[in-house]
Write a protein that binds this ligand. Sequence first.
Ligand SMILES: [Zn+2]
Length: 195
Amino acid sequence: MSAAGWLRSARQVRSPNVDERPPGEAVTLAVVHAISLPPEEFDGDAVERFFTNCLDCNAHPYFAQLRELHVSAHLFIRRDGEVVQFAPFAARAWHAGVSRWRGRERCNDFSVGIELEGSDLQPFTDVQYQRLAQCLAELVTRLPIADIAAHADIAPGRKTDPGPHFDWARLQRELAAHLGQARAAGLLAARRACA
Ligand SMILES: [Zn+2]
């Protein structure tokens, strides 16, 4: 990771939908999401365009509902394992929306957002788990991240991602290969307790 908070392994695409975290705010949470645009379609550049306000909202009927939205994430991990980074980790990306974790609201303030290219209806790819674990392992050694949670954990009733096909036990195993069993289990303990 560079000093400015960019992963060296990621392709940089700067999003304008980013601002500063509150002064002195520490990054203590990583949020795992899933997205595909249009839903269930994994080719093309619609997510990248959406996060950079370049999506042609007339290009697909589903896109009409995205017209007024301004969102982003720090990372987007594609089906083939490519990692795209939209904002440095020191910046606040706009991924969580109305949210709460450990009694604190506005999770964007204190979290990193990682989107997997996927949906509630299909399994993720092997290389996505590998890349996600690599990214998280690097993040937790550089930032005071204590927990990894789902978007559905921090916005229950409103969000379901990364969905029922996301294999948390597998993520824990992949993380353990980088960080050891105890650390990997600890990072996922709070979401297990709330699930
Ligand atoms: Zn999400």
